[in-house]
Design a protein around this ligand. Structure first.
Ligand code: ATP
Ligand code: MG
Length: 159
């Protein structure tokens, strides 16, 4: 685990641009990202964002919307990857961070994009390394927010 001062907004923007390059099927909506430093590992934070953006892409039908936003307060930064996709039911929601857990593929109507069920467990592990929190908010058939909250580094006060 390589710890550094990291511009979270820049890391998110990197992951966003990478996703945008390979995703021609969705409306990609980026809101203004405030400048914020956190203490952590740049590569892993980018991997975290890519995992969430990949899920939003995979579980949102063509023509849907994917959005990234970031906000901060004096203690933490919170970003969310939101999608207008298939959503997650209340019964599945508590289990998506379990290793190899994947929601029943029947709901994809034979269009299961595939996967191993390791993206979110890895995302959770990265967030834990950064002493943060991650959770999903979702409504079946409407969409999902993947939310990550990370503690700020002290440098934000001097910027
Ligand atoms: P992998 O990420 O390993 O390729 P995966 O995407 O199936 O496979 P996770 O990223 O861990 O695995 O997600 C677990 C499950 O949670 C998914 O299989 C899917 O059913 C559900 N899920 C995750 N993100 C979303 C989302 N944005 N919208 C709807 N369902 C989701
Ligand atoms: Mg995944």
């Amino acid at each position: 685990f390589k710890e550094d001062e990291v511009r979270l907004d820049q890391v998110l923007l990197d992951a966003w641009r990478e996703t945008e390059r390979i995703n021609r099927n969705h409306h990609m909506v980026l809101t203004d990202l405030p400048r914020v430093w956190i203490y952590g590992d740049r590569d892993r934070l980018k991997q975290l964002a890519l995992i969430l953006l990949e899920n939003a892409t995979k579980y949102t039908p063509k023509g849907g919307t994917i959005q990234l936003s970031l906000k901060t307060n004096s203690q933490s930064a919170e970003f969310r990857v939101s999608d207008s996709g298939i959503g997650i039911s209340e019964t599945d929601l508590p289990r998506v961070f379990e290793r190899f857990y994947r929601v029943d593929k029947a709901r994809h109507r034979g269009q299961d994009p595939g996967g191993t069920g390791l993206g979110l467990p890895i995302a959770k592990w990265i967030v834990d390394q950064h002493h943060g929190d991650i959770w999903m908010e979702s409504k079946l058939g409407e969409g999902t927010h993947a939310v990550v909250r990370l503690p700020l580094s002290e440098d934000n006060s001097t910027s």
